[in-house]
Write a protein that binds this ligand. Structure first.
Ligand SMILES: [Zn+2]
Length: 477
């Protein structure tokens, strides 16, 4: 068990904090040891850790999820599902060894898997059990590696940064018998260590504007443990920052959250299904389970507002999604079609645990579905909390996506006038300030827009025609 020292302590912290929330299952020491023996996704733990340092992030996030659920219900009947929402992605490859310098082919494979899973064109969609078929669906959300970088230059959407940092989890300065110190270190340092990936000055790669790109960073997320025999310990396969709601949130919490860039961090071994890297002992048992490209699907689900399907608690804990069955725990990286851990009522049926769901911890080759309720939540989060991230394309144009353009505005930053490339493709435009208020709008009769009246600052410009809405960020100097 010596390998699992940090994991055990970390899980004890999670155990105690979920218990303090009143959500946690009552677990005995044996359960704790079993639960301690596998790494996980760190998204919910990240929220809990912030909560221990500032205000009630998890409670506030519960309120946020309730609000989203209400909005989904209100708009259920008039919901415009025809539009395809396309999210530009920048993939930051941060490498210390050549193994970590993932070739483009792995990134392309990962983006393809992401799209197949979100559009339900995955080959294993046929394996969804019949009782769930009516509940699952196409999210109509797609991901494209960015074609234009924040400076307007052409890009393939992949950045590569060599780093001196060998383990982004950090170096554990404690050894056997120092459990309290290790627990404190995990609480104080681990997330800051991991998020070094998102800053060039700390050995990572700087984010591209997180309001208009989904930023994904891959690197070595392990913790190095010199006092435990030079073990490189993996606590999290990946983690994502949840969407934030600034409405009524305390300033201290927003200040704390602002220290962490929005996006997804993923251990390099877990990217793609054609990645030749493998988890070493003592994690070798997870090879094949978490190396199918589905870990990123799960994390992007978190980034777009989804919780774990078991609600990170017992049968009373909710994921705030109406059409997902309850369960009292994750599937612990198994794939049991027999499990039915909680009684629920979805359309009059007590459904079994939905191990097919990407938001469970089931084996990658067991996961094949998002429910329509989950798709509704993600699309509503995009509308409300990440309003400038996705570009909207109507179904009329979906078959014609090779013609899809990214919006190119120059100069940017600008002073008195901006030019729009391919302006003739669009009929009108709007310029928003960052509170989503329209400051200028009109028909697009020329390639130039006079913006001399705008105050210095950052804006979002949107151009539209009958088929699509494109947005990008612009800055007035
Ligand atoms: Zn997760």
């Amino acid at each position: 068990m010596k390998y699992f020292n940090i994991l055990m302590i970390l899980n004890m912290i999670i155990f105690f904090s979920t218990k303090a929330n009143g959500q946690g299952a009552i677990m005995g020491l044996n359960d704790l040891e079993i639960s301690a023996s596998y790494p996980s996704c760190g998204s919910f733990n990240f929220m809990q850790n912030i909560q221990t340092e500032t205000a009630d992030l998890v409670d506030l996030s519960d309120e946020f999820m309730e609000k989203i659920t209400r909005l989904v219900q209100i708009h259920k009947d008039d919901r415009e599902y025809a539009d395809l929402l396309v999210i530009p992605v920048v993939f930051h490859v941060v490498y210390n060894g050549e193994d970590e310098n993932l070739p483009d082919s792995i990134i392309y494979n990962q983006i393809e898997i992401l799209n197949e899973c979100f559009r339900r064109t995955n080959a294993d969609a046929s394996e969804t059990r019949s009782e769930f078929i009516e509940l699952v669906g196409d999210t109509k959300i797609e991901f494209r590696l960015a074609e234009v970088d924040p400076f307007g230059a052409a890009t393939n959407g992949i950045t590569r940064t060599a780093t001196d940092v060998e383990n982004f989890g950090g170096i554990l300065p404690y050894g056997p018998g120092e459990s309290d110190e290790i627990a404190t270190w995990v609480g104080d340092s681990l997330y800051y260590n991991l998020f070094r990936l998102t800053e060039l000055s700390l050995g990572g790669s700087d984010a591209w504007d997180t309001e208009v790109y989904l930023n994904i960073w891959s690197g070595d997320l392990r913790i190095f443990e010199p006092e435990f025999g030079d073990i490189e310990e993996l606590v999290y396969f990946a983690l994502a920052t949840p969407p934030l709601d600034h409405e009524n949130w305390p300033e201290e919490l927003l200040t704390e959250l602002a220290e962490f860039e929005q996006g997804v961090l993923i251990h390099y071994v877990n990217v793609g299904s054609n990645n030749q890297n493998r988890l070493p002992a003592p994690y070798a048992a997870y090879n094949g389970i978490v190396t199918t490209g589905k870990i990123l699907v799960h994390e992007v689900g978190h980034y777009l507002g989804l919780r774990h399907i078991w609600g990170d608690g017992d049968c009373t804990a909710d994921d705030f999604i109406l059409d997902t069955p309850n369960s009292n725990n994750s599937s612990n990286w198994t794939c049991s079609h027999a499990a039915n851990s909680c009684i629920d009522d979805i359309g009059g049926t007590d459904l079994k645990n939905m191990v097919e769901n990407y938001m469970d911890y089931s084996r990658g080759n067991c996961q094949n579905s998002f429910t329509i309720g989950q798709a509704d939540v993600m699309r509503t989060v995009l509308e409300i909390n990440r309003p400038f991230l996705a570009e909207t394309i109507s179904t009329a144009n979906i078959d014609n996506l090779s013609k899809f353009d990214h919006l190119n505005i120059y100069p940017n930053p600008f002073k008195t006038e901006i030019h729009i490339e391919n302006a003739s493709n669009y009929s009108n435009f709007k310029i928003f300030d960052l509170s989503s208020k329209i400051v200028i709008s009109g028909e697009l009769n020329s390639t130039r827009i006079n913006v001399s009246d705008l105050a210095t600052g950052t804006y979002i410009i949107e151009v539209a025609n009958e088929n699509s809405i494109l947005r990008t960020k612009i800055v007035k100097e």
